[in-house]
Design a binder for this molecule. Structure first.
Ligand code: ADP
Ligand code: ASP
Ligand code: MG
Length: 417
């Protein structure tokens, strides 16, 4: 007997038929003798609708009330799945974040999980053979008693955190693809499924734009060494052998991966904005005068390039911020113009970041150089570059994103992994 957490994303619970299908997946594991906690997302499109309603009610709304509204989508699906399970003879009950409780920080709309009390759920596994159906994405702040949410895609994080709290053997993430691919299969049809990916690589893939797992869920998986298995909820429950190995991707520690490729995958993000602050006097303290106020405004700066200005006497600083923070970043920089002492502010919002990830880069030189050549051959201009131990990223015009991703996918041999 094992203990499992099964998480189902929005498309997997998009309507009552799909919820019935999810119930059969859960039954399959219960029948195989496992103790099961299920984590559900809202029906696909629901959270977007709820977010839009908040904006419609008031552009500048109270984040605590936003959380009260957007957490409701998961309340519905948790109740519906419990009903569907009971209807096929499986003992089940729904749990909202506050009922468990899943305690979080009070940073509404992007709260962090602080503590989960899994004792009652475990007791019910033992006493009643009861399946726990838990609303993902939500928690409660203990001090204020208010409902919180974990940021978009947060049900993945709920699932991994619950798996750790329940000391589960594995956390299965059921979604609309049958695993983690070398890049987004919706963009590159030639993308191949990976059997295993290390936590480190998955962390980079997720933080550079592969939305298949929320970044924080991978961090928690790494901290608790909780194996995460990404698989499809569209496989027919009756076709799956509970003792066999289904198609999917295991996210696990690097030691468990025998063969490593130089490049594992490619991620991309169009949610970037580039800012150039031009003709700044080149003296100590200038970078601090720009990035200090941005940090104070809680704006994450990513790629940074410093270069000599056209006049040859001053300097230009170019950097990227998330597109959603662009307006605030612009305001922060322009209002500090006198202190920074620059001549011109330029920006470009139609840009994309393409990132190449692979732990093999630690031991192979020249991986990035190959990419620069291949992109140049396609006449794709690189606006900025960053590198780290197992990743490099290039910033390009957004219009070339798909071409760049496909070019690099072929270059690194990922078309035939
Ligand atoms: P869910 O609603 O189940 O949480 P998401 O839409 O959040 O599902 O995540 C699954 C989607 O992630 C896939 O449909 C796919 O388009 C996208 N995706 C992006 N990059 C990758 C990748 N490298 N491998 C697999 N899926 C990816
Ligand atoms: N329903 C939430 C969202 O759409 C959480 C999730 O699906 O993971 O962001
Ligand atoms: Mg998701």
């Amino acid at each position: 007997m094992g203990r499992l957490v099964m998480k189902f994303g929005g498309t997997s619970v998009a309507n009552i038929d799909r919820i019935r299908n999810v119930a059969l997946h859960v039954k399959r594991e219960v029948d195989a003798g496992h103790q099961v906690a299920v984590v559900v997302s809202a029906m696909s499109g629901k959270t977007n609708e709820l977010v839009a309603w908040c904006r419609d009610a008031s552009a500048m709304h109270d984040a605590r009330e936003y959380d009260a509204v957007v957490a409701s989508g998961e309340q519905v699906t948790s109740g519906l799945l419990a009903i569907a399970l009971q209807a096929i003879g499986i003992q089940a009950r729904s749990w909202q974040g506050w009922q468990i409780p899943i305690k979080t920080s009070d940073v509404h709309a992007s709260a962090r999980i602080l503590e989960i009390d899994g004792s009652e759920i475990i007791k019910r596994f033992d006493d009643r053979k009861e399946v726990a159906v838990i609303a993902g994405f939500q928690g409660i702040n203990a001090e204020t008693g208010r409902i919180t949410t974990l940021g978009r895609g947060g049900s993945d994080t709920s699932a991994v955190a619950i798996a750790a709290a329940l000391k589960a053997d594995r956390c299965d993430i059921y979604t609309d693809v049958d695993g983690v691919y070398t890049t987004d299969p919706r963009v590159v049809p030639k993308a191949k499924r990976l059997d295993k990916v290390s936590f480190e690589e998955m962390l980079e893939l997720a933080s550079q734009g592969a939305k298949v797992l929320q970044v924080r869920s991978v961090e928690l998986g790494m901290v608790h060494n909780m194996p995460i298995f990404v698989r499809s909820s569209f496989d027919k429950p009756e076709d799956i052998d509970p003792h066999g190995t289904p198609p999917g991707t295991l996210i696990c520690s690097e030691e468990e991966i025998m063969e490593s490729h130089v490049v594992t995958g490619i991620a991309f993000s169009k949610d970037e904005a580039q800012i150039s602050v031009r003709r700044i006097e080149d003296k100590p303290g200038v970078a601090a005068s720009i990035f200090g106020p941005l940090a104070a405004a809680n704006i994450n700066v990513d790629m940074i390039v410093q270069s000599v200005s056209e006049d040859g006497a001053t300097t230009d600083l170019t950097f990227t911020v998330p597109a959603s923070d662009f307006a605030r970043a612009k305001q922060t920089i322009t209002s500090a113009q006198a202190t920074i002492g620059y001549a011109r502010f330029d920006s470009e919002t139609d840009v994309a970041k393409v990132s190449v990830i692979g732990s093999g880069m630690r031991s192979h030189a020249g991986v990035a150089a190959q990419a620069f050549e291949a992109l140049a051959a396609r006449k794709i201009n690189i606006r900025a570059i960053t590198t780290s131990e197992i990743k490099f990223s290039v910033l390009i015009d957004a219009a070339y994103t798909e071409l760049a991703v496909r070019t690099l996918h072929t270059l690194y041999g990922l078309d035939q992994v």
